[in-house]
Design a protein around this ligand. Structure first.
Ligand SMILES: Nc1ncnc2c1ncn2[C@@H]1O[C@H](COP(=O)(O)OP(=O)(O)OP(=O)(O)O)[C@@H](O)[C@H]1O
Length: 280
């Protein structure tokens, strides 16, 4: 579905040029969820922003290819990229309030996204928007459509962003830390929702996260990044089960145990201490 090879991106400053990612290669096979993990600053966001043509003006892709539906996204024109983004690739960014326009009603934003690629009457836009808001379990969709982003909670705003990202039924969804800006209590709900939308449409997913637990739960394949490079990639079971790289081992070792695991361990400790004292 998406094949990135040799991607290298630089940021040019007045004083010096920084190479943010170098020689990045990975694939997102059709119908597969691929997680990109790595510590902060490892180049995850730069990688996907390069692929989507969303780098700031001083960022440049200096090498590589990103094949998607017969097009190299890295050399595509702005017009070609506009055709792909939104219609063939749905993008969900970290902060929903950064994705939504604060001065346009949600209905107007649906209209803009839909009409960027399709001619549609106002009432059809409204019907489609309502249907999509319902599919992402937004309560009171009519009220939400009339309203503005600032009236929504973070979780609801991200649901709206997901509905907008899916409105053209894109075969590939790219999500960049889609829950980082949200309350812990809604993070799983949003990830579950993305998974549900992806599998319902038989789509592929490229999910950027720093959370290995999320990758283990939601992805089949993983790309591990460090300092702007890919250190290893493969199936989640293979990479997490038998990491080939020391960095992956360190990342795995740094995952805190789930509360029930530590509770279990504590009680096991207490059990053995008790056994020592009582000799049982
Ligand atoms: N706009 C920018 N200008 C200059 N350098 C940047 C810019 N964005 C990122 N970088 C640099 O590129 C490298 C990769 O950053 P990137 O944001 O892709 O990391 P990340 O893995 O997504 O981190 P995080 O998990 O914190 O989002 C870092 O060294 C960072 O300093």
């Amino acid at each position: 579905m998406l094949k990135v090879s040799g991607l290298t991106t630089e940021f040019r400053g007045r004083v010096r040029t920084v190479r943010a990612v170098e020689d990045i290669s990975f694939e997102v096979p059709a119908g597969t969820a691929v997680g990109v993990v790595g510590e902060t600053g490892s180049g995850k966001s730069v990688t996907i922003r390069s692929v989507l043509g969303l780098l700031p003006s001083y960022g440049r892709v200096v090498a590589g290819e990103a094949g998607f539906e017969g097009l190299d996204l890295l050399t595509a024109t702005r017009a070609q990229l506009r055709q792909v983004r939104g219609r063939r690739i749905g993008f969900v960014a970290q902060n929903p309030f950064g994705s939504l326009n604060p001065v346009l009603s949600i209905e107007k934003q649906f209209a803009n996204v839909i009409r960027a690629h399709r001619r549609m009457s106002r009432s059809d836009v409204r019907d489609l928007a309502l249907e999509r808001l319902e599919s992402v379990q937004v309560r009171g969709p009519e009220r939400v459509l009339r309203g503005y982003a600032h009236e929504l909670s973070g979780g609801m705003a991200q649901r709206v962003v997901i509905a907008l990202a899916m409105v053209h039924d894109p075969p590939l969804v790219i999500a960049d830390e889609p829950t980082t800006a949200l309350d812990v209590t809604v993070q799983r709900q949003i990830l579950d929702l993305i998974r549900e939308q992806v599998s319902a449409g038989n789509r592929s997913l490229l999910l950027v996260t720093h959370d290995l637990g999320v990758v283990a739960q939601y992805c089949q394949e993983v790309v591990v990044m460090k300092s702007g490079r890919v250190v290893e990639s493969g199936s989640v079971a293979g990479v997490f089960g038998a990491p080939a790289h020391e960095y992956t081992r360190q990342l795995l070792a740094a995952v805190p145990p789930a509360p029930w695991e530590s509770a279990h361990r504590d009680s096991a400790h207490r059990g053995s201490a008790h056994a020592e004292v009582t000799g049982s």
